[in-house]
Design a protein around this ligand. Structure first.
Ligand code: SF4
Length: 64
């Protein structure tokens, strides 16, 4: 799986960072960064929760 972020939609509220801190992070300038663009399967539940919780629908998962 691959994580795709639409930075034009992201409002940097950090909810995804809370859900999956090994996959998402915020810079000091509050810009979202993806630490693991293709996360391990062990991260799937956390990443799927982050996708669901994002209030801006800025996250999606692409199956590869
Ligand atoms: S939860 Fe959504 S809006 Fe919030 S930081 Fe993550 S991608 Fe951005």
């Amino acid at each position: 799986m691959r994580v795709v972020v639409d930075l034009l939609k992201c409002e940097s509220n950090g909810l995804c960072v809370t859900q999956a801190p090994s996959v998402f992070d915020l810079t000091d300038d509050d810009e979202l960064v993806v630490l693991a663009e293709c996360p391990d399967e062990s991260q799937r539940a956390a990443v799927e929760a982050a996708v669901k919780m994002c209030p801006k629908q800025a996250l999606s998962l692409v199956e590869e």
